[in-house]
Design a protein around this ligand. Structure first.
Ligand code: SF4
Ligand code: SF4
Length: 371
């Protein structure tokens, strides 16, 4: 939607309040000023040229764009797009936080939000794997998997090798998908990345791009075509490829399977924006006893980290992660299975002292059960 259509959509808000309590930031603060309606109210004021209070700016920044509020709105207002447009306006009037600029600069100049050297992306490549120039599948590791938790990307590549999948990776040529730029309203900069990444992926000749990260998946599949053009490949999430190779019997599973209870944490973009609910559950059910969170699938609780929330409001963000870890422990889960390495990085930061179950990706859990 164009900025003017978004502004018009926001202005149809009747302030009915139906979206207040569904917002994860209301859930952890119990403050209606951090619920979704307050974000729409602040955005409308900003679009009308009013100066916002500190609290109004805070509420616009305290949104992971998880889309948890969308189905609650009787006016069908795309609240997360309203927040995105409001953040673009905050930038325009020089009211955006300095951290936004730091993270955006890191992405544009170094290729990752953490500003890591590109060669760090090679650490996750398993010994003995020499990525070919061209392959049927291009596996895009994503920043958090390749740089912060390289053992997760390595587990996926080891599984794909065991399953005999013809795949390659980009290594140090891989660049951030630019989600943060999109979340914070830097659409022109995101367009540059859409073009760069689409052309790079096409240069491998891959018919399918498979992503570790559910946000990369959503960005490549649903956002890049609007920012640049339709690609010459299809985009799938790793859970879909794992479901396929497990279903085709291409991995030999150990007789020790099904003994462990694992609770699955749906990633917001995978579940809500793309409806990918069955593949991760099929993969986990093949090797363990699957448990569900009380809020799961399309109603899954956001982990609280994305879209700049974690660096700006770490305490509030961590409270959401804690809710998820406490519930996992109370349900008797031996492990938390995640479809997102950023969720894993964020939720894993709490673990040490509280005795929470370990967090693993689908690939890590599956790999442990492959002979
Ligand atoms: S998108 Fe998520 S975080 Fe943002 S207002 Fe809606 S429910 Fe809250
Ligand atoms: S549910 Fe929709 S109409 Fe009601 S307050 Fe929220 S944004 Fe406005």
């Amino acid at each position: 939607m164009t900025p003017s259509i978004i502004e018009e959509a926001a202005s149809s808000c009747t302030f009915c309040g139906a979206c207040v309590e569904v917002c994860p930031f209301f859930k952890v603060t119990k403050n209606p000023k951090y619920g979704a309606m307050a974000k729409v109210e602040a955005a409308i004021a900003l679009f009308e040229g009013k100066e916002l209070s500190k609290e109004e700016v805070n509420t616009l920044l305290l949104c992971t764009r998880c889309d948890g509020c969308h189905s609650s709105c009787p006016m069908e207002i795309p609240i997360s797009q309203v927040v995105q447009a409001a953040r673009a306006e905050l930038r325009r009037v020089n009211a955006a936080p300095e951290k936004y600029k730091t993270i955006a600069d890191a992405i544009i100049k170094t290729g990752s939000p953490m500003g890591a050297p590109l060669e760090k992306r090679r650490v996750c490549i398993p010994g003995g794997f020499k990525p070919p120039d061209r392959a049927e599948y291009l596996y895009v590791t994503g920043c958090w998997s390749a740089i912060k938790l390289p053992e997760t990307a390595m587990a996926t590549m080891e599984l794909l090798m065991k399953a005999g999948v013809d795949f390659t990776i980009l290594g140090e040529k891989e660049w951030c998908c630019g989600l943060f730029l999109i979340d914070t309203g830097m659409v022109e900069e995101a367009k540059e990345l859409a073009k760069k990444n689409t052309l790079l992926f096409e240069s491998t000749g891959a018919r399918t791009v498979v992503t570790e990260c559910p946000s990369c998946h959503d960005v490549f599949k649903n956002i890049y075509p609007a920012l640049f053009r339709s690609p010459k490949y299809e985009v799938i999430h790793i859970s879909e490829l794992l479901e396929k190779v497990v279903g085709e019997g291409r991995l030999r599973l150990s007789p020790e399977t099904k003994r462990k209870k694992v609770v699955y944490k749906d990633p917001c973009p995978l579940a809500r924006r793309n409806g990918i609910l069955r593949p991760p559950r099929k993969v986990l059910s093949a090797v363990c006893e699957l448990l569900e969170y009380d809020e799961c699938g399309r109603d899954a609780l956001c982990c609280g980290a994305p879209a700049g929330v974690k660096p700006l409001y770490p305490e509030i963000s961590n409270k959401l992660a804690e809710l998820l870890m406490v519930e996992a422990k109370e349900k008797g889960a031996a492990e938390v299975g995640v479809g997102c390495v950023f969720c894993m990085y964020h939720m894993g930061g709490l673990q040490k002292e509280a005795g929470y179950p370990p967090i693993k990706t689908l690939s890590q859990i599956l790999l442990e059960m492959v002979e």
